[in-house]
Design a protein around this ligand. Structure first.
Ligand code: SF4
Ligand code: SF4
Length: 361
């Protein structure tokens, strides 16, 4: 099973009992919901009970084992330095093609392999579109430990990993969990621009830039806009600062050793600016977001984020709104959006950004 998973391109694999519910992790999740830290992500509360266990009708009746896998998406510093300017405003996992299709295909192949291992064995692949607490299961399966930033850290691989699972009725010897290795380090908590990590392993999603730029559909809270900075889609700060990501290097394909380009930026980003995103029509957005994870933010959300990023770039001499950048074009785009964008969310963000532009000059 481990060899098969590696041959399919997964970088880590572990097994956990699927017929024992998550207790402490589920309680933590309940507290997170009770404190409304999930913000507008109502779906997290709606199907919360599904997340407690895997051996049910919602996931897989008779499940005995969950096979947890991780796939790295990190790239070398050298590669990252060559990314086009717009891509640097996008979280690393989302700069290239949408990973769901590729990883789903590999998980299906792993599930098909599992089914060959015994008569009547059933197996179901799960990706992050199925409501399970996948980091908790991965930790139970010994893939890594959950860092103070709330992310799974795989020893030797870091936290720039995508997770997936295959739940099966096949009984396999579970792996031992990995002990916490954060020690006295608090770098991720200190580095978070919006103070979203309210305590170790407790993330207030309402403050997290990933939520604010991807999941939030309404106006961005004004008090957080400066801290959101020039992030257009997601944020990597609590990962880039983590010592376990320092020497992770480029992702290599498990079998061939060839460098993968799935997560390299899409060429379209080389010809796109933040201003283009503020003013993108539905047709233009459809072309820009096609096959890219950024479509999740929606056209309005991305236009709002781009306006906020331009406002913040205005006080950054290297930024697109700064003196060294496309200041004139930026102002015209923002004025247009402030006066005539069809969405009040974007008009509001553009007005705010124009205010920043005035202060930046
Ligand atoms: S993703 Fe960014 S905003 Fe969210 S917790 Fe990490 S550092 Fe903070
Ligand atoms: S930055 Fe430090 S505290 Fe945060 S996850 Fe990494 S090792 Fe743990």
């Amino acid at each position: 099973m481990r060899e098969k998973a590696r041959a399919l391109g997964f970088d880590a694999v572990g097994f956990a009992r699927a017929d024992e519910p998550l207790l402490a992790d589920f309680e933590r999740y309940e507290r997170f919901l009770a404190q409304e830290m999930h913000g507008e992500m109502g779906y997290l509360a709606a199907d919360r009970l599904v997340r407690r266990r895997l051996d049910t009708e919602d996931i897989l009746v008779g499940a005995r084992t969950v096979v947890c896998v991780a796939r790295r998406y990190d790239r070398s510093e050298e590669d990252l330095a060559q990314d086009p300017p717009l891509a640097r405003h996008i979280a690393r996992y989302a700069r290239g093609r949408d990973y769901h299709n590729g990883v789903r295909k590999k998980l299906r192949q792993l599930a098909a392999f599992v089914r060959t291992l015994g008569e009547g064995v059933t197996a179901r692949p799960l990706l992050d579109d199925v409501p399970v607490l996948e980091r908790a299961w991965a930790a139970r399966a010994g893939l890594g430990f959950i860092g103070k930033n709330g992310l799974l850290i795989v020893p030797g691989q870091g936290s720039f990993v995508l997770l997936g699972e295959v739940v099966t009725t096949l009984a396999l010897t579970p792996d031992e969990p990995v002990a916490d290795r954060c020690g006295s380090c608090t770098l991720c908590i200190e580095e978070c621009p919006t103070d979203a990590i309210v305590e170790a392993r407790v993330l207030d999603a309402r403050r997290c830039i990933s939520y604010l730029t991807i999941e939030l559909r309404s106006a961005m809270p004004e008090e957080l806009r400066v801290a959101v900075g020039e992030n257009l889609f997601g944020c990597d700060d609590c990962q880039t600062v983590c010592p376990y990501n320092k020497d992770s290097g480029a992702k290599r394909d498990g079998r061939s050793g060839a460098k993968t380009d799935v997560f390299s930026p899409h060429p379209r980003w080389a010809d796109t600016t933040l201003a283009d995103l503020v003013s993108a029509s539905a047709a233009e957005f459809a072309v820009l977001a096609e096959g890219s994870p950024v479509h999740r933010a929606t056209r309005i959300g991305l236009a709002r984020n781009a306006a906020v990023a331009l406002g913040n770039a205005a006080v950054d001499p290297e930024g697109e709104g700064g003196e060294g950048g496309r200041g004139g074009a930026t102002r015209a785009t923002l004025e247009n959006a402030a006066n005539s964008h069809e969405s009040e969310v974007v008009r509001d963000a553009a007005r705010w950004a124009l205010g920043r532009l005035s202060k930046g000059r």
